[in-house]
Design a protein around this ligand. Structure first.
Ligand code: SF4
Length: 125
């Protein structure tokens, strides 16, 4: 029988891998090969730790929960347009060098754009 902490870790990974659409609680416990009672207990525990949120949902005539991670895993799309990825100076760029991310205008602009976009998303809710 797997340890509870191992089950929690697997549950969190499963939920994180379905961050967009969320996961029905019943799909979670099936994926873990756990009982519905144990699946519910794990989901509640993850929610109490602030790692997921549960939204009540009527599915096929029964009330259940859809589970979403509180943090989404980073994706390659989040950095695909970072100027460092295509910068001809990247090989010479370093924290203490003449060319440095500490004073790079391109990087600062890119980060400011991300911050502005993030503020727009938060302001929409
Ligand atoms: S911090 Fe600026 S100079 Fe350094 S690699 Fe990134 S874009 Fe190029």
């Amino acid at each position: 029988m797997p340890k509870r902490s191992d089950l929690e870790h697997r549950a969190l990974s499963f939920i994180a891998n379905h961050s967009e659409e969320g996961v029905l609680q019943s799909d979670l416990w099936r994926s873990l090969d756990a009982s519905s009672r144990e699946g519910s207990r794990i989901a509640l525990k993850l929610e109490n730790k602030g790692l997921i949120r549960r939204e009540r949902e009527l599915f096929e005539g029964r009330w259940t929960y859809r589970l979403f991670p509180m943090r989404r895993p980073a994706s390659i799309n989040s950095i695909i347009d970072c100027p460092c990825l295509s910068c001809p100076e990247s090989i010479r760029c370093g924290a203490y060098g003449a060319i440095s991310p500490n004073v790079c205008e391109k990087l600062t602009e890119w980060l400011a754009g991300l911050a502005q976009a993030g503020a727009g998303v938060q302001g929409d809710s």
